[in-house]
Design a protein around this ligand. Structure first.
Ligand code: SF4
Length: 63
């Protein structure tokens, strides 16, 4: 499973980070979300999906 944040859509609410802080990080400069690695670590697939579901902008893509 892979995950990424579409930076064109992200509005920086930070809900993804509150849901899955180890997967979704927020940039210091603008508060927008990013992932360090697109490969979701084994066992964190549900958390990645939860983070994606939590995004009100649907900016998180699971593929
Ligand atoms: S919840 Fe969505 S819009 Fe908000 S910071 Fe995370 S990816 Fe961006």
């Amino acid at each position: 499973m892979k995950v990424r944040v579409d930076s064109e859509i992200c509005q920086g609410h930070g809900i993804c980070h509150m849901t899955a802080p180890d997967l979704f990080l927020l940039k210091d400069e603008d508060g927008y979300a990013y992932v360090e690695r697109e490969d979701v670590p084994a066992g964190q697939e549900d958390l990645a999906q939860l983070g994606a579901d939590s995004c009100p902008e649907q900016a998180i893509i699971i593929y």
